[in-house]
Design a protein around this ligand. Structure first.
Ligand code: TXA
Ligand code: MG
Length: 362
């Protein structure tokens, strides 16, 4: 299909740019639009056939459910059932914002959207263009992240065009998203809130509203076990085609960047190291501001396959606050975490590290 790419202002979209997308949504087509987290690949959430198109365009496994985006509390009531007054009160402070909730679905939401489950993932994005698109379309919009399944999420419309041109009806070219990492997913279907995916709202921040949030053990990145939490996590995620290794020792990463173990590698690293690196270096900002690291991470992962190198290495970050979401994505994108020279040399030689059992391999 021919894809229209139109420029739009995320925070002050013209009525014409909004109408271009809403016409397509109403006709059952596919629109790639920005949110405050990452770009979404959207369709009318009430239209089963349109939602099937999302799975085809993304190459997404059909049992991996979609997030439904709403623009108002009235629309939330049409999507989800039994919303307690206490939750509506909290959402006054948290929505629009990077928080997805798992709630009991209403009968309006087709099983195609929820993977057959009685529970729906729903959020109100904090992006004027997204909110206007939903409002003018007059329907909730189902949208996963606008990447090809398994690849890093997309934070810029022109990056989306590289992968989805010809597969969707319209792509908004509206610059980079504000956060750069997906929303935090909180399951409210049981007695206590459970974190299904760390994201742009930190757990520490959300606990001020929800009290203690249960973190599945599988989020402990030191264990390196990617056991499924939410359906999507069963699949390979965020991965470049080239092997990416995390390096938990900054001195070791610096030695890699200086070419000590060979030159056919690339590094993802802070600016200071990129300035002196003798191998291709993909910047993630100063490295000390984790909000900046979060906003640059997906483009850095996406660049790994375009630099001239056979293998790439990246640093680790403290896994609290936004660091928990950063490390969650980096662990899923990587093959293993390396801690010593021997493992690095084997990785650069193109073989698997021999000491995998001792090397925190996931
Ligand atoms: O920030 C975001 O959340 C972005 C923007 C576009 O809103 N969306 C996004 O969608 O990241 P996606 O599909 O890439 O990730 C949503 C995750 C998937 O892992 C999916 O399995 C899970 O949410 N999910 C969706 N519906 C669910 C449900 N009913 N129960 C449990 N998990 C669900
Ligand atoms: Mg995704």
């Amino acid at each position: 299909m021919p894809t229209r790419i139109i420029k739009a202002d995320q925070s002050d979209p013209s009525p014409e740019s909004v109408a271009a997308g809403s016409d397509i949504i109403r006709r059952g087509g596919l629109v790639v639009f920005p949110t405050e987290t990452v770009y979404g690949l959207g369709a009318d959430a009430l239209n089963t056939e349109a939602c099937s198109g999302i799975y085809r365009a993304k190459g997404r496994p059909s049992d991996n459910p979609l997030i439904v985006h709403v623009c108002s509390m009235e629309m939330l009531s049409a999507v989800a059932a039994d919303i307690p007054e206490s939750l509506a009160e909290k959402l006054k402070y948290l929505w629009p914002g990077p928080l997805t909730l798992i709630l009991r679905k209403s009968s309006a939401i087709p099983g195609r959207v929820t993977g057959g489950s009685d529970f729906v993932a729903v959020r109100m994005p904090d992006c004027r263009l997204a909110l206007e698109l939903i409002r003018v379309s007059g329907v909730p919009i189902a949208a996963p992240s606008a990447n090809i399944s398994g690849k890093p999420s997309i934070v810029n419309g022109l990056d989306a065009a590289r992968y989805l041109d010809g597969k969707v009806d319209l792509i908004y070219d509206a610059g980079n998203t504000r956060y750069g990492l997906e929303s935090t997913i909180l399951d409210l279907s049981g007695k206590s809130p459970v974190l299904l995916r760390p994201g742009s709202y930190s757990v520490e921040f959300l606990e001020r509203y929800f009290g203690r949030i249960i973190l599945p053990e599988t989020l402990d990145i030191s264990e390196r076990k990617n056991i499924p939490i939410t359906p999507g996590t069963r699949y390979r995620h965020y991965s470049p085609d080239k092997p990416l290794y995390l390096v938990d020792d900054p001195v070791l990463l610096e030695n890699i960047a200086m070419g000590k173990y060979g030159m056919n590698a690339a590094v993802i690293a802070p600016d200071d190291l990129c300035r002196i690196s003798r191998i291709p270096c993909i910047s993630i900002g100063s490295g000390s501001d984790l909000d900046v690291v979060a906003s640059m991470l997906f483009q850095a992962l996406d660049s790994v396959d375009r630099v001239s190198a056979d293998v790439a290495f990246a640093p680790t970050f403290p896994s609290h606050g936004i660091g928990l979401a950063i490390m969650n994505r980096m662990v899923k994108a990587s093959v293993a975490t390396l801690s010593d020279e021997k493992q690095v040399m084997v990785a650069i030689g193109g073989k698997n590290p021999s000491s995998q059992s001792g090397g925190n391999v996931g």
